[in-house]
Design a protein around this ligand. Structure first.
Ligand code: AMP
Length: 118
């Protein structure tokens, strides 16, 4: 599989489609999910072209990987998610229910998020 340059998150990164931005640095862009599943629902995406968790973990360099997780920690603090806890989810591939083929982490919280798999 190759990276789809026309996926919706690539278009957001290119500035072709707007987003409700929460945070941005050299490594990541974070924005609010268009169809929030919980009171707070943020998507964190690397700026590099990675399809999923395995692609990112295998092919991103150390700075990109560290930058990604440092940004998640900062966003979790800044958005108040870390105070009472939250859930982070990365869906991968068909069985994982991934809809957008650009690696992303969902941060869900602001209220109890329930059981992990229903
Ligand atoms: P996944 O199923 O893990 O690939 O999640 C994709 C997520 O992207 C879903 O929760 C969608 O609601 C969200 N989404 C799709 N298009 C947009 C968009 N233009 N802006 C923000 N979130 C989006």
């Amino acid at each position: 599989m190759t990276y789809d340059e026309n996926n919706i998150f690539a278009k957001i990164l290119n500035g072709d489609i707007p987003c409700n931005k929460v945070y941005e640095d050299d490594y990541v862009l974070a924005f609010r999910d268009i169809a929030p599943q919980k009171k707070t629902h943020i998507l964190v995406i690397p700026k590099g072209k990675y399809m999923d968790l395995v692609d990112f973990s295998t092919n991103a360099n150390t700075d990109e990987i560290v930058g990604f997780y440092k940004a998640i920690a900062r966003i979790a603090e800044d958005e108040g998610l870390n105070e009472n806890g939250f859930r982070s989810i990365a869906n991968s591939g068909e069985f994982g229910g991934q809809e957008v083929p650009h690696f992303h982490m969902h941060l869900l919280g602001g209220e109890p998020v329930g059981r992990m798999v229903s």
